[in-house]
Design a protein around this ligand. Structure first.
Ligand code: CP3
Length: 358
């Protein structure tokens, strides 16, 4: 692991605005990128995506490389995010999961008991995820000074799909499993943590400059349950990535009540959604972490005057703190006009420069 971390360190351009902000160091501008920046709102994405499951496009290195680069070219964002999905490793290991267009991840046979653990074998990077390594290598060659963010799904959010069998509103099955059979729950999460570590390690080894752990649905839990059933597993993933020296971003939706605990999990950066003002998030986390966020993605559909005021409000909320990566509070909706995102990037770069040089 030490030698891998050494090699990676030489590949990272540590003065990139994203990496500086992650270290809470002043930089030339406020960096900005968007969750789901590659995707259906871009006509050039729809032109190359192809039919059927998105996993086909993800596992084709040429297509995945092109799709990852599209928003970087169009918007001039400060980071690329690998075009993949949180369920890719579970799918590649043969668990039996697919992504149904318009619905999301669906398992034909959800995880219901002990015997399903057998279906979750460890991932073999060279045979299961060779396409991912090739895509990351291609991207690092193409991106130059723009950092590539690698990512994985956190154990809780992945488990929610395996246990519920599809996107859920109330997480009843997963909450019932974690509280009713904690031993099995922890075994499941431990395997998912190992999978996340394997896939993140492969991405960083291939040249990713930062990683994001997506625990999108953790906000469904109350703090005591988060601490008992989720935190140890996310902590394990983030701790395993620490020796690589790349910034670690930890994100979830509706996590206002969980922010102090999420900050304990070990990442340098916490993603914050629009429900929690950045100033409040900074107070709740005691300045221990940089913050990423937090424009409400729904408001990107409002008139430009509203979007502009919201962007300024987010920057004001942050109050010129160097540890800020501008982003949305969640992913870009497919209906968003790409021109709006282009203007947001321009505005953040212009306004953020003024803040940075104050
Ligand atoms: O641009 C990027 O952000 C990189 C690509 C990316 C995708 N999924 C591609 C994708 C990333 C980072 C993800 C992560 C992901 N996948 C998360 C965490 C982020 C979040 O949104 O909370 C989650 C929860 C998933 C699971 C998942 N995959 C869902 C809920 C869906 C949406 C279903 C739908 O059709 O609305 C997907 C499908 C998916 N993954 C799409 C994309 C671009 C859209 C479907 C398509 O083009 O067919």
């Amino acid at each position: 692991m030490d030698s891998a971390a050494g090699i990676v360190a030489t590949m990272v351009d540590s003065s990139a605005p994203l990496l500086r902000a992650a270290r809470q160091e002043p930089g030339p501008r406020v960096p900005v990128w968007f969750m789901r920046q590659a995707g259906r709102s871009l006509p050039e994405y729809r032109a190359v995506r192809g039919e059927g499951t998105i996993l086909k496009a993800i596992s084709d290195p040429d297509r995945a490389t092109e799709i990852t680069l599209q928003p970087v070219r169009r918007y001039g964002v400060d980071a690329a995010i690998l075009f993949s999905d949180i369920v890719t490793p579970v799918w590649a290991s043969g668990f039996g999961i697919d992504i149904t267009p318009g619905i999301g991840p669906v398992c034909e046979h959800p995880f219901t008991g002990e015997s399903d653990l057998k279906r979750l074998r460890p991932i073999d990077i060279d045979t299961d995820l060779d396409f991912q390594t090739e895509t990351v290598r291609n991207l690092v060659n193409e991106l130059g000074d723009v950092p590539l963010i690698g990512f994985a799904g956190a154990p809780f959010t992945l488990a929610s799909y395996l246990v519920e069998g599809r996107p859920s509103k109330n997480y009843a099955k997963v909450k019932s499993l974690m509280t009713g059979n904690p031993k099995l729950w922890h075994e499941l999460c431990d395997r998912l943590a190992d999978m996340a570590i394997a896939t993140l390690t492969a991405q960083v080894d291939a040249g990713a400059s930062a990683i994001q752990l997506f625990d999108s649905w953790a906000g469904a839990l109350r703090p005591e349950h988060y601490r008992e059933y989720v935190l140890p597993h996310s902590t394990k993933v983030l701790a395993a990535m620490e020796p690589f020296g790349v910034p670690r971003i930890h994100f979830g939706v509706a996590t206002g009540e969980l922010l102090p605990q999420m900050a304990d999990a070990g990442a340098e950066v916490l993603g914050v959604d629009w429900r929690t003002p950045l100033a409040a998030a900074r107070e709740r986390t005691g300045g221990r972490v940089a913050l990423q966020g937090n424009l409400d993605p729904a408001l990107l559909l409002a008139p430009w005057e509203v979007v502009e005021a919201e962007v300024r409000r987010v920057l004001d909320d942050n109050g010129g703190h160097p540890g800020h990566i501008f982003n949305l509070g969640h992913g870009v909706f497919p209906e968003v006009n790409p021109e709006t995102l282009e203007r947001v990037v321009e505005l953040v770069h212009r306004e953020g420069r003024a803040v940075a040089s104050e």
